[in-house]
Write a protein that binds this ligand. Sequence first.
Ligand code: GTP
Ligand code: MN
Ligand code: MN
Ligand code: MN
Ligand code: MN
Ligand code: MN
Length: 198
Amino acid sequence: MASGQLSRVEALACSGCRHACHVMLYCDTETQLFGRIPIRHIILMQMRFDGLLGFPGGLVNPQEETLEAGLSRELLEEMGVALPISVEDHVDACYAPASTPSPSSRLITHFYVRKMDEEQIREAEIAAASTATDHGLEVLGMVRVPLYTTKGGGLASFLSHSFIGNARSQLLNSLLRLNLVAPEELHKALTHSLKIHT
Ligand code: GTP
Ligand code: MN
Ligand code: MN
Ligand code: MN
Ligand code: MN
Ligand code: MN
C-alpha cells in the first residue's frame, strides 16, 4: 500500500472521521467504436450535480451501516441497481484534504473496484438513466471512460476534464493496476491531457 493510504481496518479505527465510499464498476467488452477501434473495457463514472466527474457512491456512517452496505445503498440511489459490494472489493482508503467548513471531522474516502459482466453493466446504465431516484438530480448521468486514443483525443481529452477529490488518481491507478491500458499508452495520454486547454 502506498504511503498516505490506509487499510479498511485502519480507516475504521478513526472514530471522529467521516467516511465516503465510491466504486469503479467495469467489464470487458468486444465492442468496437466505428466498427474498428476496440473499446476493450467499459468503465463507469458519473457526471455529478456539481459538474465534476466522479465514481458512483457517497457518504456512509459506519455507526449505522457497514461501509459496503452503505456503498450498495448509494448505488441504489444513484444508479437504480441493488448491487452487493463486498469487503474484498475494497482497494484502499485515504484522508481527503482538510476542508475549511469542517476541519475537525476529517473525511476518509474509500475506493472499491468491482468487475462485472457486460450485461450487468448495460442493465446498470439503463437503470441509472430511468429508475434511479438521483437521476437528473445529484447525478446528471453515467459516462463511460474512453480508453483508446483517436486523432481527436479519446482518453487524453477525458483526463483533461475536472474531477472530484482524487477520483482522477483513483481512475489512473486502477487503469495501471488492472492493466486496462498499457503504461506507455497511459503516459502518452497523460502528457497530451496536460496540453489540452492550457
Ligand atoms: P449526498 O447524498 O448529497 O450527501 O451525496 P453523496 O452521499 O452521494 O456523497 P458524494 O458522492 O458527493 O461523496 C461525498 C464526498 O466524497 C464528496 O464531497 C467528495 O469530497 C468525495 N467524493 C465524491 N466522489 C468521489 C470520488 O469519485 N472519488 C473520491 N476520492 N472522492 C469522492
Ligand atoms: Mn455517428
Ligand atoms: Mn449519493
Ligand atoms: Mn455520490
Ligand atoms: Mn448520500
Ligand atoms: Mn443523496
